[in-house]
Design a protein around this ligand. Structure first.
Ligand code: 13P
Ligand code: SF4
Length: 429
């Protein structure tokens, strides 16, 4: 199967995909090289191109011209040569959503948490080249050993969802909640609010949770983490992804009317005080623009066209989509579901297109397709191109660490507390 990049170029020139079927992409700018967006303050073409990027977001300085001019074959050759020279002094991590042109050079492929841990299993690696997005590189740095440096090949590879909750807005929200609920525990010793942050958040927010009795969760352990939080608190403030929070709490029996949304631009998040007094989970107004693209209409169409289709979506999808699917789970859950299917099966999957296409290529015995017919990769994951990977690796060969992601130790120490609570949290049953 053709890589997403090849498909995008084909769509641009022929309007068709590699199978010759009419196809479309969400932006013609996807066919451009990512360095055309270097230095600009935007997420780049793809799913989150319409999201508002915070003014202070890191920008990538210009990629040196020799990497822009090189053919993809030459870049692959240079990456292989640099890797061979560096040997076990470097480890390359690739997230499931990365383009195949990157994944082929990765020593580990996985979800955000698996990759953060993978780095720890290679203590010889002085450099961890994280082909993913900014919050993942930060988490790797928090968990890395002191002699390890983490590199993000393109600094513009952020995450629009993570950017929707910044530390100042969360601190402001916290002050308002403290004023409303007080700070005293109830008769059972439960504090008024426990902050829970999704892994897809800045190190500053993980540290905030560490300092305030809170915890981190991933899409694979959100239910266990919420159980942990409900044992210790009367309610939860969940950020930044409202959908993961809502889908998980709903599955645990929390009624929708007890899950108000917190809009950081409005006083009390846009809520009346009464609504908040009755709240069990306060959901931050954040979302992922990749997973927001999936709809119940797409699921209906898949079921009409493929009777017996197994629909699996990521819990970052809106609640009606999760409810209409057969299953929902993290990227690793989706991978395991496909790998575990013993009979030829048709899968319609609601997650990022690079991962879906890779699963389809790796499992030709199954029919696997993305629920969204429009090719629209995660715009920030897409900013990592082999040109940037070759550049940072050759930098290491020359003794230079380019694009280092370094979390100040005071922040990292608090963030580690919240991450450790997550690791220690065990499911009830
Ligand atoms: P994982 O935590 O499953 O890697 O997912 C990351 C992500 O960005 C999902 O949108
Ligand atoms: Fe962020 Fe969504 Fe991209 Fe994941 S898929 S990195 S949540 S924008």
């Amino acid at each position: 199967m053709a890589s997403v990049d090849t498909t995008i170029q084909l769509i641009r020139t022929t309007g068709r995909d590699a199978a010759g079927k009419p196809a479309s992409a969400c932006s013609p700018a996807l066919a451009k090289a990512p360095w055309e967006f270097d230095g600009t303050l935007q997420y780049g073409p793809g799913s989150s191109m319409g999201d508002v990027i915070p003014a202070g977001s890191p920008r990538q300085g210009g990629l040196p011209a020799e990497y822009q001019r090189a053919s993809v074959e030459e870049l692959h050759e240079r990456i292989r040569a640099a890797k061979a020279t560096l040997g076990d002094r470097v480890v390359i991590l690739g997230h499931f959503y990365q383009r195949d042109e990157i994944v082929q050079h990765a020593d580990f492929l996985g979800d955000s948490f698996q990759l953060a841990n993978a780095a720890q299993t290679v203590p010889t690696a002085e450099a961890i080249v994280f082909c993913g997005v900014h919050f993942m590189a930060e988490t790797a740095d928090i968990l890395a050993q002191p002699h390890q440096e983490v590199i993000l090949p393109n600094l513009a590879a952020g995450c629009s969802m993570a950017d929707m909750a910044d530390i100042d807005s969360v601190e402001e929200c916290w002050e308002q909640l403290e004023a409303l609920y007080g700070t005293e525990p109830d008769a059972d010793g439960r504090v008024p609010v426990i902050p829970v942050t999704y892994m897809n958040s800045s190190a500053a927010l993980k540290a905030f949770c560490g300092r305030n009795g809170g915890i981190v969760c991933t899409s694979s352990n959100a239910e266990t983490v919420l159980e942990w939080a409900f044992e210790r608190g009367q309610r939860v403030l969940f950020f930044p992804d409202q959908h993961l929070g809502r889908n998980t709490a709903k599955k645990m029996g929390v009624p929708l009317e007890r899950m108000p949304l917190w809009n950081p631009r409005k006083p009390l998040g846009g809520n009346a005080g009464d609504e908040l007094l009755d709240a069990q989970v306060i959901l931050w107004h954040g979302f992922c623009s990749v997973h927001k693209r999936f709809t119940t209409a797409q699921i209906e169409q898949a079921r009409a066209e493929h009777p017996g289709v197994r629909v699996i979506v990521h819990p970052e999808c809106p609640m009606p989509v999760v409810d209409a699917a057969d299953e929902s789970g993290s990227t690793d859950y989706i991978r395991r579901a496909v790998e575990g299917a013993t009979e030829p099966t048709t899968f319609a999957i609601g997650t990022e297109i690079n991962m879906v296409n890779r699963l389809a290529a790796e499992h030709p015995q199954h029919t696997i397709f993305c629920l969204d017919p429009v090719v629209c990769p995660c715009s920030t994951m897409y900013r990592i191109h082999p040109g940037y990977l070759a550049w940072v690796l050759e930098g290491l060969v020359a003794g230079e660490t380019l694009n280092r992601i370094e979390v100040p130790e005071a922040v990292a120490a608090d963030a580690r507390v919240a991450l450790q609570r997550m690791l220690d949290a065990k499911p009830k049953s």
